[in-house]
Design a protein around this ligand. Structure first.
Ligand code: CDV
Length: 315
């Protein structure tokens, strides 16, 4: 019998084409939210930039990007229905979107919304991959460094009624620091959305490595920080560009307990036993008992190693 059962759902989105409207996207999210709630989920995790196509693949000026792809408020006119429905269903959610602040700053953001439809947490992506210059010879662009500022609010954990929940976004998952900072705040669940192209525009990376590294990082991070991980992809072919699927729920044991089967809209679900995290936190990853921060100084004092310092971005 589960000691601390928590219904956890991940709603993978299939592709969103450039011509698709916000209303169409939101309708897809709503359908999956209803399914997640009907399966007993307390939280449903949607992808990074879940309201539009993955627009950093296009070169355009910032003003045009703001008009077409950014949200000036959350909830806004088209997203309010997500909040209203969540309140009616009694389900919380994580939603990734492009945030335009009142003072004109742009972030790649996710919000954590509780079952009463209150925004209880906000995370602004810190590890931005890609480039800010135009690369006309590349098959597509990855202009996150052009359209977004580095997140300015750190990695936090929010103590909701039933679980301590942290958030990160896509490329953040590849960095152990992301997870440890949340682990040290006692995170029990980490939610994340991602858009991961299967083609690396910087070097001829074998495409299968994208899925391998995606799952490797989730599984290692879940185990090493004794957290449940709920990771939601935007998947499939968007305007000729392929994004990997592989949405997954990973237990603190590092085992994958649910995984999306395809590259379309798909809800995966599990009854997560939060007590499993407690067990790992009391034993092998009892941080207070076993960590040796006096030997970790370099992690904060140094950004890069030797000759790679200052090298151009090559994710
Ligand atoms: N959206 C992302 O952050 N994507 C990166 C790709 C560019 C490597 C990722 O880490 O999946």
């Amino acid at each position: 019998m589960l000691k601390r059962p928590y219904g956890l759902a991940v709603a993978q989105l299939g592709p969103i084409q450039p011509q698709d409207t916000r209303a169409q996207c939101v309708a897809r999210l709503l359908e999956m939210m209803r399914e997640a709630a009907s399966r007993g989920a307390k939280l449903v995790v949607f992808p990074e930039l879940a309201l539009t196509t993955f627009f950093p693949r296009y070169w355009m000026n910032e003003q045009e990007a703001e008009q077409r792809y950014f949200e000036a408020s959350m909830p806004g006119p088209e997203t309010a229905i997500l909040f209203e429905t969540a309140r009616k269903l009694g389900i919380g959610f994580y939603l990734g979107y492009a945030e335009l602040t009142k003072d004109g700053r742009r972030f790649n953001t996710a919000v954590l919304v509780d079952a009463q439809a209150n925004i209880v947490g906000r995370y602004r992506k810190i590890h931005l991959p890609g480039h800010s210059d135009h690369k006309p010879k590349a098959p597509f662009q990855h202009l996150e460094k052009k359209y977004f500022e580095v997140g300015n609010e750190g990695f936090k954990v929010w103590d909701t009624k039933e679980a301590k929940i942290g958030m990160c976004i896509c490329n953040d998952r590849r960095w152990p620091e992301t997870w440890r900072v949340m682990g040290l705040q006692g995170a029990e669940i980490v939610a994340l959305g991602y858009n991961t192209p299967s083609v690396n525009i910087h070097w001829p990376e074998p495409p299968h490595l994208r899925m391998f590294h995606h799952l490797l990082t989730l599984q290692a991070a879940a185990y090493q920080n004794a957290v449940w991980v709920a990771a939601s992809a935007k998947a499939g072919v968007e305007d000729g560009s392929h994004l990997i699927g592989g949405s997954a729920i990973v237990a603190p044991s590092g085992e994958i307990v649910a995984q999306a089967q395809g590259e379309g809209d798909e809800v995966i679900f599990c009854q997560a036993d939060l007590a499993m995290g407690d067990t790992f936190k009391q034993h092998v990853f009892n941080f207070a008992a076993h960590r040796r921060p006096e030997h970790y100084r370099l992690i904060i004092d140094r950004v890069g190693a030797g000759s790679t310092m200052g090298a151009p971005p090559t994710d």
